[in-house]
Write a protein that binds this ligand. Structure first.
Ligand SMILES: *Cc1c(COP(=O)(O)O)cnc(C)c1O
Length: 394
């Protein structure tokens, strides 16, 4: 056998994550590894927490990165806040709400599902009806930015409803964090989790989480131990907690934390509001190009995410063939449809460092070339000028 070092092809990542990782962050990843209890690393951990508090807009003391991907952040929120026999209301409008249901059931609790069509936002009225019908519910969970459809829900309104009915709110912000407005304290979110590989443009594999005072109170007063040893926040706090002497819990992914720190620094330097605004402006440009080409969005304008654009695949066009050609000929990755939307939509991500003008023009140019060559019913040669007109006006 002839084994060689792996050198990945250079790609432009415009799918649902991971997004393009800037050189600056990859460079941070390659710095020398030090011990995870080294005083220099402990200082870095404190700074990561402070920067995460800024990016999440929260003063929550219990704010930290979980050493595993977004799915582990999701699981951390459920296993810490839900106990066997609890009733949890899960609002589902795409793939990730379905995973929340799985988590609830694996905690031995009952999931009350509130369903909305894929591509729609969560309907607050349906949540309120479910809260009234289930007064013993303890928790409400929903996805702020549904990456499977490109729809965003009104987190502030949904959390307020949960609180009015004495429930805590768990919010999935994997795709929203740093890409569109998210204010943990102002919106009084109790438990939130995100991921590093979407709008933070960091390497995959870490999940920032934050828990409010109310959530911490519930965690401290559980009837029984958290079923997961690794994700038990009571134990993790011994390692990540401020002030207290750090005790070994697990070995932090030291180099990945360097990368996360660099990613958070980049958001801080740009300014969080400026990052939100960049995502919105670039979405407007991409959208003008796609619409000029004749491609339509599946989410109505009021609920569209700027960082995840789900567009309908024109009739008669072979979904997989287009994506294969984009990758082979243009080194461009866009996302396929998930679940009910498989084969029906493309998901074009403009997340974090991928939300750049050169990516927009590359994507529109490549799509125009491939679709035109395949004889697809699109308007040729008009996408780029339409996008550029929007960018020039901004
Ligand atoms: C990507 C994503 C996740 C899962 O994150 P991983 O890092 O892939 O585990 C969860 N929720 C949403 C909304 C996502 O987009």
């Amino acid at each position: 056998m002839d084994f060689r070092a792996f050198h990945p092809p250079l790609r432009t990542l415009m799918g649902p994550g991971p997004s393009d990782v800037p050189h600056r962050i990859l460079e941070a990843l390659g710095r020398p590894t030090i011990g995870h209890l080294d005083p220099a690393f402990v200082d870095l951990m404190d700074e990561v927490k402070t920067l995460l508090q800024y990016v999440m807009q929260t003063q929550n003391e219990l704010t930290m990165p979980i050493s595993a991907p977004g799915s582990a952040g999701m699981e951390a929120c459920f296993v810490n806040l839900v106990e066997p026999g609890d009733k949890v209301i899960v609002c589902q409008n795409g793939v990730f709400g379905g995973r929340m249901k799985e988590n609830v059931e694996r905690c031995g609790a009952e999931a009350i599902m509130v369903q909305d069509a894929w591509g729609s936002a969560v309907d607050p009225q349906k949540l309120e009806d479910a809260l009234i019908a289930n007064p013993e519910a303890t928790t409400v969970a929903f996805v702020h930015a549904e990456t499977s459809t490109g729809a965003q829900s009104d987190a502030q309104v949904l959390v307020e409803l949960a609180h009015r009915h004495n429930c805590l709110a768990i919010v999935d912000a994997v795709t929203s964090l740093a890409g569109s407005p998210l204010k943990v304290d102002e919106w009084e979110i109790d438990a939130i989790y995100s991921g590093t590989q979407k709008c933070l443009s960091c390497v995959p594999g870490i999940s920032p989480v934050s828990f409010s005072e109310r959530a911490q109170h519930r965690i401290r007063n559980r009837r029984r131990k958290v079923q997961s040893w690794f994700l038990d926040m009571n134990l993790i706090m011994g390692y990540w907690g401020q002030g207290a002497k750090r005790a070994y819990h697990h070995t932090a992914p030291v180099n990945a934390i360097y990368a996360l720190h660099e990613a958070l620094l980049m958001v801080h330097e740009e300014g969080l509001e400026n990052a939100w605004e960049r995502h919105r402006r670039n979405h407007d440009a991409l959208r003008a190009g796609l619409e000029a080409m004749g491609l339509g969005f599946i989410v109505d304008e009021a609920h569209r995410l700027p960082q995840l654009n789900a567009v309908s695949i024109p009739a008669g066009v072979d979904d997989a063939a287009v994506r294969t050609r984009l990758l082979r000929e243009h080194h461009l990755e866009i996302g396929a449809g998930l679940g009910d939307l498989a084969g029906k939509v493309w998901r074009i991500g403009l997340m974090g460092y991928s939300s750049r003008i050169e990516n927009i023009t590359a994507c529109l140019g490549a799509l125009d070339a491939v679709l035109t060559d395949m004889g697809a019913p699109i308007n040729h040669g008009v996408a780029l000028p339409a996008a550029e007109k929007v960018l020039a006006a901004a």
